[in-house]
Write a protein that binds this ligand. Sequence first.
Ligand code: NAD
Length: 541
Amino acid sequence: MSETDEQTPTIRKAEAYHNEPHTDFSRAENRDAFQAALKDVEKQLGQEYPAVIDGKAVSSRKSIVSLNPSHKSQTVGTVTAATVDQAEHAIEVARRAFEQWRKIETTHRAEYLEIIAAEMRNRRFELAAWMVYECAKPWTEADGDVAEAIDFCTYYAQQMRLLDVPVQCDYPGEENTYFYQPRGVAVVIAPWNFPLAILTGMTVAALVTGNTVIMKPAEQSSIIAAKLFEMIRDAGVPDGVVSYLPGFGEEIGPALVQSPDVDLIAFTGSREVGLAINQQAADAPPAQTHVKKVIAEMGGKNAIIVDEDADLDEAVQGVVGSAFGFAGQKCSACSRVIVLKPAYDAFLERLKRATQSLKFGPAEEPGTTVGPVIDEEAFERINDFIAIGQDECTPVVEINAGKLSEEGYFIGPHVFADVDPESRLAQNEIFGPVVTVMRARDLDEAFEIANTTDYALTGGMYSRSPKNLARARSEFRVGNLYLNRPITGALVQRHPFGGYKMSGIGSKAGGHDYLLQFLIPIAVSENTLRRGFAPPPDDEK
Ligand code: NAD
């Protein structure tokens, strides 16, 4: 090692951490266990779930009926739609609970997360089965969702233990300490597409850092959220520290976001709602004595570049998996493919055949890779985009849902070629099984197309040229860049996840600085050159 190496290390290694393994469905016993969980959960469909504030079940006159997207006549369950009054009550309760919760030792708070993770492991297939019914997640996707939720618990527990060690920077006669305090009351507003993982991640991050939480799940995944709340409560987290507040976002959302008693909002969802929240949270009503912290993870319009020398077998597989897994309903999904001219025709032909071979059907069927979309509203929005594609571009694959569409919200995979990079289809987040393919003259043009959207979430490139891959590292403007591999399936710690531009504000979920957003750093400096100490009063001797 040279002298310079000793002074400035060039690599910072991440601490040891083991991700929860995904289930191996090639093993018969796992397939049987999953089928059994599906049967078992099916018997529990149709129940009612109240909101829970301060440990007490509360209901209202309105409710949200959660339907199975694969079989829209099947009710997964009914949840209370909380009112604005109930939202305000939940904030009051969280404010009170904060005074005790913030004093709990970090290591104990971390243990709660580990207990929740252990319970998720015990109930792994059951939780995944709920996601198959409520959000039409195919088996492997639902299983990955539970694994990620477990990872968020164990990783944030580990990270908080590290952050709990104060940084000391003393000088002769001066003691300097740097440490963290929680912010206060956190409102967690989650999307439906990673119904367990994202809600768990934001909630446990707030909890382990010492904040109290109002957990507001997406309307479409409120039952899975009720299961998460059950596990938090069973782990022994005191009443009031977390409230389960299902409800309509546009009704209770503004009351939660604008409350002067809320310190932090952790949001994941669409750009439209994220920007509105950011704006509302910036206003400080007269009763508010602090500036709110907003974490907002939003959408994407992600591209994969296929270089002229790319291995097309790998590129096609990577594009198909990234574009159509969970019917393209991932913020990380590939929705634009930019192919260098010499490879364009061959790539398109192979993409067509690979897309046609996908198994499209109800999520509970084991081989399904493309299930239905989440609900009626999404079904209509995606079909409107497909109509635009039929009008403006060259349809290459259009898989018709046929009879399936009578049963659920099914939209078959669609591929459109010769798409204008500036068109509506190429610029808007569609959030469904629709992929656009564009031709680029050279790599300069490919990067230009890739970077010409408002978003910067994920991106990928398939290439055999080290020089071109190096260019991607510096020129492809995305938060998560994937080279010669699919662009979805982020793993906690290994691929901390999150974007910038209109894709989000905040540090990456599952990354080593994520928890800092939930904390306030404090620096204390004490002059220790005192001349004698005041003696303690008699009653303290
Ligand atoms: P959405 O914005 O419609 O809803 C998200 C949450 O916001 C829900 O809980 C909803 O009830 C709530 N909400 C709605 N209106 C509100 C309001 N006025 N005030 C406060 N809360 C309100 O998003 P969605 O359809 O649930 O999720 C899909 C979107 O999420 C996509 O855009 C996707 O890209 C994005 N997403 C991003 C990430 C990421 O990490 N960047 C991850 C997953 C999903």
